[in-house]
Design a protein around this ligand. Sequence first.
Ligand SMILES: Nc1ncnc2c1ncn2[C@@H]1O[C@H](COP(=O)(O)OP(=O)(O)OP(=O)(O)O)[C@@H](O)[C@H]1O
Ligand SMILES: [Mg+2]
Length: 288
Amino acid sequence: MDDNKPPLVIAIASGKGGTGKSTLSISLAMALADLGRRVTVLDANFELPSIATLLNISPTYTITDLIEGRQSIRDVIYNGPQGINFILGSSLPKPMRELSTAHHFGIVNAFDTISKELDILIVDTAPGINSSTLNFVRASQEVLIVTTSEPVAIASANALIKTLHCSYNLQKFRILMNRVHDTYEGPKAFKTLEKLNFNNNEIFLTYAGHIHEHKSARNAASKGQVIYKMFPKSKFSQDMKTLSQKIDTWPIRETPRGHIEFFMDKLIGKGARTSDTNEEPIFNTPIT
Ligand SMILES: Nc1ncnc2c1ncn2[C@@H]1O[C@H](COP(=O)(O)OP(=O)(O)OP(=O)(O)O)[C@@H](O)[C@H]1O
Ligand SMILES: [Mg+2]
């Protein structure tokens, strides 16, 4: 990819917990790496970070070291399999969990310093409607909402979409249907979600695709193994390949979302301290 192009930042989000965001973030990163893309995965789930566990790795430094200014962005990068970089999470002490808006954008901004070295940043977020997830989604060019066809998951996905739209005027959402049992299940559940937004002509939902249920997913995760690598011929892995090829053709949005400088100006500049956060700028120490 072109070094001068800003990386594509994709937030992986869900209304309901446990829909498969972290599992899919890792496999998707690998599928994109197979296409020759330089990928970094950020574990932005401060409630329950799980990427390190899913990969069975123990990072020396985590996102907390970056947030607290002890380490630079480069120090907290873990060089994972297939040349994929990971910024791993750690459960933050309670007061730190409620990070300010400026902190969230600061984390994404820290990536600006390494942006020439990556094509795609996958941000695995915490489930539900919490400020952390909402901010990471706002900072990303693309949001991929992972849901299953279960009614509760669909309703929760819809609640997240509504909140992102009503609070931040986001309009475009891509929906990924996980754990399907056949090729009809995904589009059918997507239609249900569309119907819930039938009356709103400012919300645009796109069906990003589906990922089949894989019976060994749980077992693989408990061993720190990745389905996409373990079972490359499975429907799960084929779906993942299809998704990565689709992502490769997504047009670059002409919005400032994902263009980090925009947010830093807005949030860390005068506006940040007076409106959104009422706080001092992020990071006491340099983050580069
Ligand atoms: N396609 C799939 N087939 C079978 N099992 C799956 C699939 N995707 C995810 N799972 C299983 O679902 C469970 C939850 O997955 P995961 O931890 O990735 O979800 P999550 O959305 O990241 O959860 P959280 O909201 O807590 O962060 C795990 O046991 C995982 O193995
Ligand atoms: Mg997760």
